[in-house]
Design a protein around this ligand. Structure first.
Ligand SMILES: [Zn+2]
Length: 161
């Protein structure tokens, strides 16, 4: 396969793409609480999903507006793995889940809601958390409100609430 180089896309992505991106917007927000940002690392950051699947549904995203893993530096990719482990430890300590879903949807056809800025979902799971509401009504029962979740997890990551 021959690569098709499209350097003009970079300027477009850097202006338009990043400006309209929920992840870039959250990273640049003045108020981490408003943006639900939990922790900022060297090359990645962690935020709460505004539309969580379960309580404590975190997302880890690179600071770079990148759609694919090969668009990241090796150190950024390594940091993502480190942050996945930290997120798991924090969620395990706070919420004692029975398991986790950890993964990425790369590309719109693969289910990515935001396809042009990759992100890893870390979703704590409990036995019985998929109740009839999710199945029948596409509605999820989230027992703890986002603000409380944000404060608890942010504190556990050593951040100021
Ligand atoms: Zn972005």
């Amino acid at each position: 396969m021959r690569p098709l180089f499209t350097p003009w896309r970079m300027a477009y992505l850097k202006s338009h793409g990043a400006r309209d991106c929920v992840f870039c917007t959250a990273l640049g927000a003045a108020d981490p609480r408003e943006a639900l940002v939990i922790h900022t690392g060297n090359e990645n950051f962690i935020l709460l999903n505004r539309f969580p699947y379960t309580n404590g549904h975190l997302m880890i995203a690179p600071k770079a507006h990148a759609a694919a893993l090969n668009g990241l530096t090796p150190s950024a990719r390594r940091e993502i793995m480190d942050l996945i482990l930290r997120a798991q430890d924090v969620l395990a300590a706070l919420y004692a889940p029975g398991g986790f879903n950890i993964g990425m949807n790369l590309g719109a056809c693969a289910g990515a809601g935001v396809a042009d800025h990759l992100h890893v979902h870390v979703v704590p799971r409990w036995e019985g958390d998929t109740n009839f509401m999710s199945v029948t009504a596409d509605t999820r029962m989230i027992p703890e409100d986002l603000d409380m979740t944000w404060r608890r997890i942010r504190e556990a990551f050593g951040g100021k609430p």
